[in-house]
Design a protein around this ligand. Structure first.
Ligand code: 164
Ligand code: MG
Length: 380
């Protein structure tokens, strides 16, 4: 494979507005700033990544603002003008910075894209994915009433989504799930709690077992794998971890402790595509299914998610709905579309979509071009 050398990185910070507000146990939002990272190699090929952060540090410790700072002052100076023989090497080049996984992922995924294009390979093929199409699901924010939720679920079941994820929190859980189950007894249904419960809620969470959920995602603390192991011994419903898993090591320990039976892999949360692949392989080797979570990405992050989901052990539909479920107009061409819950895996080189530069310009509020490794900090 031909190596790449990044000569320039352009940080395009855009302001995006979802077509509708999105509510989870930690709040409601509709607008967010996203930094789209364009890594340009010596032959002028552009690769794209994005920060899957929002403007508040409520999902993890990062925001788009912190991610841009990390990229500019530490991460880009570490990789620019260096020969990169394979994108799998980028992870170790960035470990000198603690955590800041989403910031790391934004540049690392851009390098995967430029490397795949340089070698004229679809990203899915470069990472060893064999699927030509993937099944996808829909993640629904907390609704104002069980009736409203049932209405939303009905819409998405009709569209053919292969998994329905509903958000729950104390006061918006059992009656909501009960209403959905009554209306759709056989729908592939899961719940995401975003850490809204504690071990004091064990007896309450046991009541979810009657609804035959595929899983309950991240019921307990965002940084816990111990209490989740205790809870998993008490409930039938499989626990899926999201926020608790930041790395391959976290996944290894969670499997060893029995903290979960499923892992939601998010490229940003684990620091990039390389680590996501390593977690996929660990789970495959241990008979633990995985799926690809969403972070309300633009088409760039969505394209990376589709490629990742082409790997064999992504056996549960991910939260990768089509572009039209998020944006009036996406920033990629063509947009991500779906037919009855199926998305075709793109076959063009790299992420397989072009960036709509006109749309990008319209949305851009700041653009920073970095061509040197200069930084006020000592970079090891
Ligand atoms: O991108 C999607 O459609 C999934 C969005 C989604 O469910 C989430 C996005 C970001 C943080 C969380 O609120 C939640 C999740 O935990 O998966
Ligand atoms: Mg989640």
């Amino acid at each position: 494979m031909k190596p790449v050398k990044i000569k320039e990185v352009v940080l395009h910070t855009v302001k995006m507005r979802l077509i509708a507000p999105f509510t989870t146990s930690f709040g409601t939002f509709q607008e967010k700033h996203v930094c789209l990272v364009e890594a340009i190699d010596e032959s002028g090929i552009s690769g794209w990544g994005e920060t899957t952060t929002s403007d508040e540090p409520y999902y993890n410790e990062e925001t788009t603002h912190t991610a841009v700072y990390m990229l500019k002052d530490f991460l880009i100076p570490r990789i620019i003008h260096k020969t990169i023989n394979h994108p799998l090497d980028v992870h170790d080049m960035l470990t000198f910075v603690r955590r800041n996984q989403i910031a790391k992922s934004a540049i690392e995924t851009a390098i995967w894209d430029v490397f795949a294009k340089k070698n004229n390979l679809p990203l899915s093929e470069l990472i060893g994915g064999m699927k030509t199409e993937i099944e996808v699901g829909k993640s629904i924010g907390i609704q104002e009433s069980p009736e409203k939720l049932v209405e939303k679920v009905g819409e998405y079941v009709k569209e053919g989504f292969r998994k329905i994820k509903v958000k729950i929190a104390p006061g918006a859980d059992l009656d909501y799930i009960e209403a959905v189950r009554k209306a759709f007894p056989d729908a592939p249904l899961m719940a995401d709690a975003n850490s809204a419960y504690t071990l004091n809620d064990i007896e309450h969470l046991k009541k979810l077992d009657q609804y035959n959920l595929m899983m309950i995602e991240q019921p307990l603390a965002h940084d816990d794998i111990i209490d989740h192991a205790t809870l998993q011994r008490e409930i039938q419903t499989p626990i899926c971890l999201d926020e608790s898993i930041h790395s391959l090591e976290d996944a290894r320990k969670a499997l060893q402790l029995g903290s979960c039976r499923i892992i939601n892999i998010k490229i940003g949360r684990v620091g990039g595509l390389g680590e996501a692949i390593r977690i996929h392989d660990l789970c495959r080797d241990n008979g633990v299914p995985v799926w690809c979570g969403g972070m309300l990405e633009t088409g760039i992050g969505r394209a990376h998610n589709i490629a990742l989901t082409s790997l064999s052990n992504f056996t549960i539909p991910g939260d990768t709905a089509p572009s039209s479920h998020y944006w009036d107009e996406d920033i990629i061409e063509p947009e991500v579309t779906m037919d009855l819950g199926i998305i075709q895996v793109q076959s063009g080189p790299g992420i397989g979509f072009e960036v709509n530069r006109k749309k990008l310009e319209q949305l851009t509020i700041e653009k920073e071009r970095i061509t040197t490794a200069e930084t006020p900090h000592p970079i090891p």
